[in-house]
Design a binder for this molecule. Structure first.
Ligand code: ZN
Ligand code: ZN
Length: 202
């Protein structure tokens, strides 16, 4: 049996999907596991589960792999709160489990920050890059080995669930000619435009 938690099948699938091993991925992995366990659910098939994530960082990728909730299926909801908090709902009951990272449960060390800065500035040596990824693996391992109750505060929550995505017809934009969902178009005079052609800016 491999004793390295980074080598378990499920975690490796997450790392493969995400592209690297990092503590953020490990946090999402543990949160999704904790949610699933408490919800006694199986992997989502045909939108039985809805995941709500309060960050758009690394951990979300582990949530997608473990729960089967994805952006494309419409059962992954991004609620931007800038928190390492991950909730999994049963769509039929609206009952969910929210795991949020406890204060002090995880902190990057200053050496990691230093190396990240160097890497972003393209001044890191190959040796320093290796050191950074080794640190990332160490930190990830620690997250995977920590007792779950030390990592997260875990609570039951209830929420009315978003409707299942409906198929909606498209119309042709009078500006660019691209087919566009009718509800995303703006009427200007007699013409109908997509948001970009209508001058919409986020
Ligand atoms: Zn990452
Ligand atoms: Zn257009």
């Amino acid at each position: 049996m491999p004793s390295d938690p980074l080598q378990t099948g499920d975690f490796r699938r997450c790392a493969e999907f995400h592209g690297h091993v990092c503590p953020g991925l490990s946090i999402g992995y543990r949160a999704a596991q904790a949610d699933l366990e408490k919800l006694h659910s199986l992997r989502s098939q045909d939108e039985e589960l809805v995941a709500e994530v309060e960050t758009d960082a690394c951990g979300v990728d582990a949530v997608q792999v473990l729960t089967g909730c994805t952006f494309g299926k419409g059962n992954l909801v991004f609620r931007d709160r800038g928190k390492q908090a991950f909730t999994l709902f049963s769509r039929s009951t609206g009952q969910g489990v929210r795991a949020s990272l406890r204060a002090g449960a995880f902190a990057p060390d200053s050496r990691q920050g230093e190396l990240f800065d160097k890497m972003h500035a393209n001044t890191a040596t190959a040796e320093e890059e290796r050191e950074l990824w080794e640190l990332q693996r160490d930190k990830s391992r620690k997250v995977l080995e920590k007792p779950v109750e030390e990592l997260f505060s875990i609570q039951w929550v209830t929420r009315s669930m978003p409707d299942k995505a409906e198929i909606e017809g498209s119309e042709t934009c009078d500006g660019c000619g691209e087919p566009t969902m009718a509800s995303r178009m703006r009427r200007i005079g007699e013409a109908k435009y997509c948001l970009d052609c209508a001058g919409y800016r986020e």
